[in-house]
Design a protein around this ligand. Structure first.
Ligand code: NAP
Length: 292
């Protein structure tokens, strides 16, 4: 069984990005600049944004964190987005989700200019990717396809089963894996909470992707011998022995599933680091488009 080490691979890709940044600087271009908007003090969001800012520092990007109080008005937030859209020194920016209930997340998302939407959530980017046109691919699906590519896991002709149809993971991944591309050409089945006989479908998967957010949901009896398993889930479960009082659990019951697999991602250290590095790749792409 091969452990798909997203942490190690993400470090390799960061080194490659750093080289690209150095090349930009040598030719008089600016360092890619990522801005992140964070509203409130949600523990998970603070951690995720922290990882993104740190990753920017590691590769020589500029980063700006705009941290607003929980009670910021929707209008004020939209003005900040307009300001970032117009700021030529910012190549890309993200709005960390979730947003407080009084803010319409869709409205916020639609306000981001597609050329700076490095999360790849704007309908223009989703549409472009769906049609096989250049655009920003959302970070987690991009990270997963990079992971498969770098580990030389063939997708062409394979049956990929994805559990979870969210707009940020399952659905865009189903589009990428079924597209006519080097990391596509798979036959994709997209499962969700209304899928019947889920285990009979997952047992047919050559590549099985669990992205439903239910800790240890995927058990050995749901997996074919020799399958590749990608675990996207990251749920905080209470753990009194951990310093934080919690630890991250994936959607896969790793200990019993791993022995059946040809390859599997761990949690943590699998898809998570690949997601962060994909945001960096998108920001580099945004900078190159703005200043080729
Ligand atoms: P989400 O928006 O909560 O969607 C969950 C999906 O799973 C839905 O499509 C839902 O079906 C489906 N589902 C729920 N229970 C199911 C069941 N019993 N059987 C089959 N399908 C079921 O999820 P998300 O935002 O994509 O996140 C999924 C997980 O990935 C979470 O743990 C999240 O923290 C993690 N995540 C990790 C990263 C990373 O970088 N590692 C990035 C993003 C997300 P319905 O559509 O029918 O409700």
């Amino acid at each position: 069984m091969l452990l798909l080490d997203g942490k190690k691979l993400s470090e390799e890709i960061k080194a490659e990005i750093k080289t690209q940044v150095e090349k930009r600087l040598l030719t008089g271009k600016s360092a890619p600049h990522l801005a992140a908007i964070l509203v409130g003090n949600d523990g998970g969001s603070l951690t995720y944004v922290g990882h993104k800012v740190k990753a920017c520092e590691q590769v020589g990007f500029r980063s700006t964190l705009l941290h607003f109080q929980e009670n910021i008005t929707q209008d004020a937030l939209l003005k900040e987005i307009e300001r970032l859209n117009a700021d030529n020194t910012v190549h890309g920016f993200i709005v960390q989700l979730p947003l407080p209930a009084h803010i319409d997340a869709t409205r916020v998302l639609l306000h981001i200019h597609p050329s700076k939407d490095v999360d790849g959530f704007h309908p223009v980017n989703v549409g472009r990717i769906t049609l096989g046109m250049p655009g920003f691919v959302s970070a987690t699906p991009l990270g997963i396809t990079r992971l498969l590519e770098r580990y030389a896991i063939q997708t062409a002709g394979k049956h990929c089963v994805i559990i979870g149809r969210s707009n940020i993971v399952g659905r865009p991944l189903s589009i990428l894996l079924s597209s006519q591309s080097a990391t596509g050409n798979a036959t994709v089945t997209l499962c969700h909470s209304r899928t019947q006989n889920l285990a009979s479908i997952t047992r047919q998967a050559d590549i099985l992707i669990a992205a439903l957010g239910k800790p240890e949901f995927l058990t050995a009896n749901m997996v074919k011998e020799g399958a590749v398993v990608i675990d996207v889930g990251t749920t905080r479960v209470p753990d009194p022995s951990a310093k934080t009082g919690w630890r991250l659990k994936g959607d896969v019951k790793f200990d019993e599933v791993a022995p059946k697999c040809s390859a599997i991602t761990p949690v943590p250290g699998g898809v998570g680091p690949m997601t962060v590095v994909s945001l960096l790749l998108n920001t580099l792409q945004a900078a190159q488009q703005a200043d080729p």
